[in-house]
Design a protein around this ligand. Structure first.
Ligand code: KG4
Ligand code: ZN
Length: 346
């Protein structure tokens, strides 16, 4: 039987999401429930996250089916994020999907969370097709890949310390802007002068070459410390209140500069004409602008719409479509893995 309709679930962190995809791009239903339980802790608390996943998964899937106007029995195949992620959260989605697939006698597949981010832009843009450079920036990951083809990935660089989104979150926390910090920092940055506090752009050694082991890698902990030191100075001189927007703008500029420069290096080295952004930080308009202006008009930059950039089940369904169409199937022994390795690494 050919697979037309896929139901996917994503529960790797603090979002509970379900999506129903027909063909390659037709999203019949898509629901994302975000937990509002973690802000007082300034980050995701794993035990709270998995309990909350369990509490809402049934309703999220039901609402998705309702939106799509289909019943569970009409689903041809199931898909779920199998890792990487928080193990307790992953297991909620995995067990739900395995039970559905088993009871209905339908195939299912486990998907790699980061591979799903690579597929997100392809849900909207037919041209977001390999070969391309993918820059994935989220709260948990910061990666630059060359996507030679679907399923053939070369990891070029990663962060050596904090993830890009973590740097936004920590900066926001330092400035009392709440969690998640990325959207708050971006909002404040619009009112600020990015040149006011010239923070260093990390990992940009002059004369570096593609063979160097730091050529594509990134680092955000030095930037975080530079912001912290500046905040202390401003606090001591009672000037912090006036500087918050400028600090946000200056931090954002340094973070964007680094991501854009590393992306541009990959584009040059691989002669790529396309770039795909993904992950929560790809919601940041200054990042998309920074990457576009660095690359110029010859390179097309595909940025998923905000709800497809952050964690969502639609991208999982799209990645599953590729793997299921190749004949891959999960079996009931499949386990969730916090550190699931990438499939198809070159
Ligand atoms: O992909 P995602 O939803 O979850 C994972 O981490 O996998 O990414 C969440 C991250 C958070 O760190 C959040 O602060 C960041 O994405 N983020 C942003 C923006 N919106 C979300 N960072 C910068 N600017 C934004 N507008
Ligand atoms: Zn993610």
């Amino acid at each position: 039987m050919s697979i037309r309709t896929i139901l996917a679930v994503e529960t790797s962190c603090d979002e509970t999401s379900a999506a129903i995809l027909r063909g390659e791009r037709e999203l019949l239903g898509h629901v994302i429930a975000t937990q509002d339980l973690h802000s007082e802790f300034g980050g995701v608390v794993p035990e709270i996250a998995s309990r909350a996943q369990l509490a809402v998964i049934d309703r999220v899937v039901e609402r998705t089916l309702g939106e799509a106007g289909v019943t569970l029995a009409e689903i041809d195949a199931f898909a779920v994020t199998a890792g990487p992620g928080l193990i307790g959260s992953l297991l909620v989605g995995l067990n739900w999907i395995k039970a559905a697939a088993y009871s209905l006698g339908r195939p299912f597949i486990g998907v790699h969370h980061m591979e799903a981010h690579v597929f997100a832009a392809a849900l909207e843009y037919e041209e977001a097709d390999p070969p391309f450079v993918a820059t994935l920036v989220s709260g948990g990951h910061t990666l630059i890949l060359f996507v030679e083809d679907w399923g053939r990935y070369r990891i070029l660089g990663a962060t050596r310390d904090d993830a890009a989104g973590e740097a936004f979150d920590k900066t926001a926390r330092l400035l009392g802007l709440g969690y998640p910090g990325g959207p708050a920092v971006e909002r404040m940055a619009r009112e600020g002068d990015p040149g006011r506090h010239p923070f260093p752009v990390a990992m940009i050694r002059r004369g570096g070459r593609p063979g160097d082991d730091d050529y594509y890698d990134m680092s955000f902990s030095g930037l975080k410390t530079a912001v912290l030191l500046r905040v202390r100075e401003l606090e001591a001189s009672r000037q912090l209140g006036d500087e918050v927007a400028h600090l946000c703008a200056s931090f954002q500029r340094a973070a964007v500069e680094q991501i854009a420069e590393k992306t541009a290096r990959a584009v040059r080295a691989y002669g790529s004409k396309r770039v795909v952004l993904g992950g929560g930080v790809a919601r940041n308009a200054a990042l998309a602008d920074g990457v576009r202006s660095r690359l110029g008009p010859e390179v097309s930059v595909f940025v998923p719409q905000p709800r497809l950039a952050t964690d969502n089940a639609a991208m999982v369904a799209r990645a599953a479509r590729f793997r299921l169409d190749r004949g891959e199937r999960g079996d009931l022994d499949l386990n969730a893995r916090a550190d699931l390795p990438w499939p198809g690494l070159l």
